[in-house]
Design a protein around this ligand. Structure first.
Ligand code: XIL
Length: 381
């Protein structure tokens, strides 16, 4: 077996990682980011008006980033043959105003990928989160009209495609569009301003435009909890089945797979992949990690507990069993890529989600960049 993760799976699927722009920054850029965060937090505190009766609230203090190269950078370069930007290719990072685009973060990651002979995915074109506020406004204090928003979205998709179409293997065209409440398209009441202004056919339209803009990339509809919640899995099934029948060029379902040490059982992961496979679609895993906290364990009594050896071994076994299932589904021709949502535990978004400031340990490398038991388990047979 190889000491490089991706090599051990190269006959089955690519193994990718989400790369945070922070790990590609130099010290000066990282310090500037920290100063900005501090400034924004101070402003937020100054303007914060607590509702009457609201319990006292402790604002999190922004922490400075370590200086010098972080271990994540070397590990991202060495261990994976696919990368995706954790935040830098989201619309909010790029679409700065009418006809204004900032591609600096995306360009940086693409240069990194090229330097390391890696494929790159695009996350994401249309999402209800991390979209710029201006895009939904008309500039006169009102909502943008359907025509205006559609024009802006089209412009965005084609501008991004023009620049990156030859470098991007797959694109998350629409992200998280299924509602957790009723498992149909998320609407305005459920925080999708896309649905609110454009109506339900925005999903189809985005795929038709993406097909023109990225003619050679695979086009992905991406969501969370599909492997966890049966109703949501079926909701996505209905949606993509309908899209296929209407000739919409979706070819892949992305399973985010933000899962945990206990749930879901592997049989459900398998069933989910095969369900979408039965429609002739490919499946990729787009944002996997294995959290130490089970499901809605929001109130864990000891948020800063140490992760003991027993946990690390249990996690290793779980990663291994799931990757074995992935191998099977890759052999069946359904599963194509597996992407982890980060590199080291220290940088994982799970340290702030769903509970801000609660340390988690969901990835393959510890905070210092040392391989955990799970990494070793995936690299030996
Ligand atoms: C997360 C990033 O990891 C965080 O850094 C950011 O603050 C919020 O977004 N589903 C997605 C990802 O599709 O884009 C999210 O990434 C995690 C959940």
């Amino acid at each position: 077996m190889s000491k490089f993760l991706y090599e051990n799976y190269k006959d089955y699927f690519r193994v990718g990682a989400a790369v945070s722009g922070i790990i590609l920054m130099n010290d000066a850029e990282r310090d500037e980011l920290f100063q900005n965060m501090k400034r924004r937090m101070e402003e937020f505190k100054k303007n914060f008006k607590p509702q009457p009766g609201m319990p006292a609230f402790k604002f999190p203090e922004p922490q400075p980033y370590p200086m010098g190269d972080m271990p994540d950078k070397k590990l991202a370069a060495e261990q994976f043959n696919l990368v995706v930007a954790e935040n830098e290719c989201k619309m909010g990072s790029i679409y700065r105003g009418e006809n204004q685009f900032d591609f600096s973060g995306a360009d940086k990651l693409l240069a990194f990928a090229k330097q390391n002979n890696q494929a790159m995915r695009w996350h994401t074109l249309v999402w209800h989160n991390q979209s710029p506020r201006w895009i939904f406004e008309d500039g006169n204090g009102g909502k943008a009209s359907k025509e205006l928003l559609e024009e802006r979205l089209k412009k965005y998709i084609f501008t991004v495609g023009e620049r990156y179409k030859d470098d991007i293997c797959s694109v998350d065209v629409v992200n998280e569009c299924i509602s957790d409440k009723n498992f149909v398209l998320r609407d305005g009441a459920d925080r999708s301003q896309w649905f609110d202004i454009l109506g339900p056919d925005y999903v189809d339209k985005a795929f038709f435009w993406a097909k023109e803009a990225f003619p050679n990339s695979s086009l992905v509809i991406n969501d969370y909890n599909l492997e966890m919640i049966e109703g949501k899995r079926q909701g996505m099934y209905k949606l993509v089945k309908g899209m296929k029948e209407r000739g919409v060029p979706v070819d892949t379902v992305g399973l985010q797979m933000h899962i945990n040490i206990k749930n879901p059982p592997i049989s459900e992961i398998e069933q989910t992949i095969e369900l979408y496979g039965s429609l002739g679609l490919n499946v990729i895993v787009t944002e996997m990690e294995v959290s130490a906290y089970v499901d809605k364990d929001f109130e864990h009594p000891d948020p800063r507990r140490e992760y003991d050896q027993a946990f690390l071994e249990q996690q290793a076994e779980r990663y291994y069993q799931i990757f074995e299932c992935f191998k099977k589904e890759a052999k069946a021709g359904i599963l194509k890529d597996v992407v982890l949502w980060g590199v080291t535990d220290r940088m994982s978004w799970k340290n702030n989600f769903p509970v801000p400031g609660r340390t988690d340990a969901p990835l393959l490398f510890d905070g210092e960049g040392e391989p955990k038991a799970a990494f070793d388990r995936l690299c030996k047979d």
